[in-house]
Write a protein that binds this ligand. Structure first.
Ligand SMILES: Nc1nc2c(ncn2[C@@H]2O[C@H](COP(=O)(O)OP(=O)(O)OP(=O)(O)O)[C@@H](O)[C@H]2O)c(=O)[nH]1
Length: 223
């Protein structure tokens, strides 16, 4: 429909009852896109979310763009997340811009061990504002939170930047899986509530949800 949300109804061999109707027949398809500098861990985050695993030491930069479909259940509704994994390298930028427009959610990653990847989030945000929809859900993610001894960006710096951007923030680790499921769950919940708000359903607040659910690794206050 005009909102860019697609509902797919499947034929059922079992009769739909009021209790199973929403979660069996309706799939809400939502597009999410991962952006950020090359090497921040976009592909690794997606692999961890999709397959629950991390392949260490194998950095092969994404060429162009790829996608993964993953169904998550949110408030009894199956939400199909179509997650686009973009190449961080500059030379693929024009390819990936074309995908911003169709995204309902956009995850902007930096690497907590790389100050430049953090500084570059400003440039990424400028691109996002230029190419993405105005109401796109944006989340700022500081990835590689397991690499405590190499940390170059303090957690409070990430928090401050996210406040400035007016977007939710989390530190994640594609290696250990910390907060990875939560990222996608929060996105799916936010988008589901926007697309299908039931009459008596309380409003969903993504900032509060993340604040209460996220796990925080010990941060290096001496930095
Ligand atoms: N320790 C640690 N290493 C990570 C983490 N996430 C990614 N890595 C490593 O960082 C390197 C780059 O990860 P990728 O997932 O390929 O990065 P990318 O952002 O997809 O890179 P491009 O495809 O070039 O844009 C790989 O060697 C990963 O193993 C993490 O959370 N912790």
């Amino acid at each position: 429909d005009g909102n860019g949300y697609r509902f797919v109804s499947r034929m059922l061999s079992v009769p739909a009852t009021s209790s199973n109707f929403m979660n069996v027949t309706d799939i809400l398809t939502l597009q999410t896109i991962l952006v950020g500098d090359s090497g921040v861990g976009k592909t690794s985050l997606l692999v961890q979310f999709d397959q629950g695993k991390f392949i260490p030491g194998s950095f092969s930069a994404t060429v162009g763009i790829g996608f993964t479909n993953k169904v998550v259940t949110v408030d009894n509704i199956n939400v199909k997340l179509q997650i686009w994994d973009t190449a961080g390298q500059e030379r693929f930028r024009s390819v990936t811009h074309a995908y911003y427009r169709d995204a309902q959610a956009l995850l902007l990653l930096y690497d907590i061990t790389s100050k430049s990847s953090f500084d570059n989030t400003r440039a990424w945000l400028t691109e996002i504002h230029e190419y993405a929809q105005n109401d796109v859900v944006i989340m700022l993610l500081g990835n590689k939170s397991d690499m405590i001894s190499s940390r170059m960006v303090r957690r409070d710096e990430g928090e401050r930047l996210a406040r400035e951007y007016g977007v939710p923030f989390m530190e994640t680790s594609a290696k250990t899986g910390v907060n990875v499921d939560l990222v996608f769950k929060a996105v799916a919940k936010e988008l589901k509530h926007r697309a299908a708000q039931l009459p008596n359903e309380p409003k969903f607040h993504i900032h509060e949800f993340i604040q209460t659910q996220k796990k925080e690794s010990s941060c290096c206050s001496f930095l």
